[in-house]
Design a protein around this ligand. Structure first.
Ligand code: URA
Length: 205
């Protein structure tokens, strides 16, 4: 089925891609966002990590994963023996989706239609970076990469292959770990994520 939308003009390189993302009107999320948030990392990265969408701080700064979830991700990568500098980090959806509550902008999940609308950009990034392996953080990223919903607890921590041969891997979203830390067995959720990242590191080695 024609899930992947081909951009009007295929961008030649990553800077050209971001110019097109900035001008993107494929869905309405650009209206409330400060800017589209580009991926960051080496152009020849072996590992590409995909989150859901920029958060409040990322939207303002124009950089992915710099807020609390990003700090947890960086720590988990370090604990798994990976360095964030080696990794290309991006999001399934490039604009921040939120609702205003008082003074705060509260994250809202992107819809399937919004994930699909942004898919052309993500696929261009994958095609340009050509990672050995893609790591999806949470359900939205897994859906964007794989085209169908997954249950994290069922698929996490083991290598999978997309129909076009792209190897991918799914683990929890760091924001989920921050959320459960308030209620439950915090060290367990974090250690599960680090174990998944170690499995990724082993595959790359
Ligand atoms: N959460 C994400 O999924 N991506 C970011 O860039 C920040 C928080």
């Amino acid at each position: 089925q024609p899930r992947r939308v081909i951009p009007d003009q295929t961008p030649q390189d990553i800077p050209a891609l971001w110019k097109q993302v900035e001008a993107c009107r494929r869905c309405d999320l650009w209206q409330g966002a400060t800017q589209g948030v580009a991926g960051v990392g080496p152009k020849d990265a072996a590992l590409m990590i995909i989150g859901e969408q920029p958060g409040d701080q990322e939207d303002l700064a124009g950089q992915p994963f710099i807020g609390p979830a990003g700090q947890l991700l960086t720590q988990a990568l370090t604990d798994a023996g990976l360095s964030r500098e080696q990794v290309y980090v991006t999001n399934a959806v490039k604009h921040f989706k939120y609702e205003v509550r008082g003074q705060r902008r509260i994250h809202r999940n992107p819809t399937i239609a919004e994930i699909r609308a942004c898919n052309a950009w993500l696929e261009q990034e994958i095609a340009m970076i050509k990672p050995q392996l893609v790591l999806c953080l949470g359900g939205s990223a897994a859906r964007a990469v794989n085209g169908k919903p997954v249950k994290i607890s069922e698929v996490r921590g083991r290598p999978m292959t997309r129909a076009d041969g792209l190897p991918f891997f799914v683990t929890s979203h760091p924001a989920y770990i921050l959320r459960v830390q308030r209620y439950e067995d915090a060290p367990k959720a974090y250690q599960e994520m680090v174990a998944d990242l170690k499995a990724v590191a082993d595959l790359l080695a």
